[in-house]
Design a binder for this molecule. Structure first.
Ligand code: F6P
Length: 345
């Protein structure tokens, strides 16, 4: 078989582990692998390269993706479908493996519905994809959030300050929730539930009254106080999939920090963790998860599947319908959020 692989959307630690595993498993099964560059852009422009064992040896230790990535949406490009079909037939690709989040896998699903053999591997540091328990990249990212909170705590304590920390997650707050819980944030704010800045200030004031004169507030970039929309007004840029690009204007952390200082008189700083959360080497969990998913997806290709993705369910790597993974985001259930709230203050 001639397999092809691409990586699309925001990069995530563990992508190289998937690429390596696909190549190792494919080569051991007697197959050939082409890597398309820059996600769907590389398929549209027929920019691919052969991948052999020497190209991928030990790359599972590296963050990012050796295939590069983009947020290109082929359905927004003139003749996008036709150009993809041309590239796949010109290169005699038997099955295309798309490694990505909701957007990349959404394209994969549409292509498979149009008759192409396409499989998926779920990826996003946001962990918001349905049909899989965890996506690789998430574990690395929340460890970075936790370590950042640990570091911010010592300086917040020394200066008796509030530090508001903005954490990635436009639509789902998994990273803020897990990173904030692990890092001991006094308040965690998620996109799933609108927050009230007065209530945040009340929690902080009582913390000070009880003698704990420092606090970390973990806020997901998509969290919002409906009374406080200045940050959203400034973030009107959209990507090719129509998502508002948060973090491009004034962010929620900066606005919230200013409000907290104004309303409580407590000295407050804001920190945007930004792309630090996506960079650097993957954790052991993400290296192993990426490897298991990569091996699985080649086995799925061998058995002739299409329109499905490799997924983690209850600790096992299984195949799942791409349709179940796209369309609805996996958001933080409010019962999970209420566990974190027990520790607020
Ligand atoms: O989807 C992954 C993600 O890291 C989000 O958490 C974040 O909102 C977005 O990508 C940032 O995108 P970009 O790298 O294009 O600024």
């Amino acid at each position: 078989m001639h397999l092809a692989i691409l990586t699309g959307g925001g990069d995530a630690p563990g992508l190289n582990a998937v690429i390596r595993a696909v190549v190792y498993r494919a080569v051991s099964g007697g197959h050939r692998v082409t890597g398309f560059l820059r996600g769907w852009k590389g398929v549209l422009e027929d920019q691919g390269r052969d991948l052999g064992i020497e190209d991928v040896r030990d790359i599972h230790k590296q963050g990012g993706t050796i295939l590069l990535s983009s947020r290109t949406n082929p359905f927004k490009v003139e003749n996008g479908m036709q150009r993809i079909a041309d590239t796949l037939s010109r290169n005699s690709i038997d099955c295309l493996i798309a490694v990505g989040g909701e957007d990349t896998l959404g394209v994969a699903r549409k292509l498979s519905e149009s008759g192409f053999k396409v499989l998926g591997v779920p990826k996003t540091i946001d962990n918001d994809l349905a049909a899989t328990d965890y996506t690789f990249g998430f574990d690395t990212a929340i460890n970075i959030v936790m370590e950042s909170l640990d570091r911010l705590e010592t300086t917040a304590r020394s200066h008796e300050r509030v530090v508001v920390v903005e954490i990635m997650g436009r639509h789902a707050g998994w990273m803020a929730l897990h990173g904030g819980m692990a890092g001991g944030a006094s308040v965690i704010l998620l996109p799933e539930e609108p927050f009230d800045t007065d209530e945040v200030c009340r929690i902080l004031r009582s913390r000070w009254d009880e003698g704990r004169h420092w606090a970390l507030v973990a806020v997901a970039e998509g969290a919002m106080d409906p009374q406080l929309t200045r940050h959203v007004m400034h973030a009107q840029e959209k990507d090719a999939f129509g998502h508002v690009q948060l973090g491009t204007g004034i962010g929620v952390a900066e606005v919230l920090a200013q409000e907290i200082e104004d309303r409580t008189g407590l000295e407050t700083r804001s920190v945007v963790l930004g792309h630090l959360q996506r960079g650097g080497p993957p954790s052991a969990f993400d290296r192993v998860l990426g490897t298991r998913l990569g091996v699985k997806v080649v086995e799925m290709a061998e058995s002739g599947m299409t329109g499905r993705m490799a997924a983690l369910r209850g600790g096992e790597v299984v195949d799942a319908d791409l349709a179940d993974a796209v369309g609805t985001l996996k958001k933080v259930p409010l019962e999970r959020y209420s566990v974190a709230k027990l520790f607020f203050g």
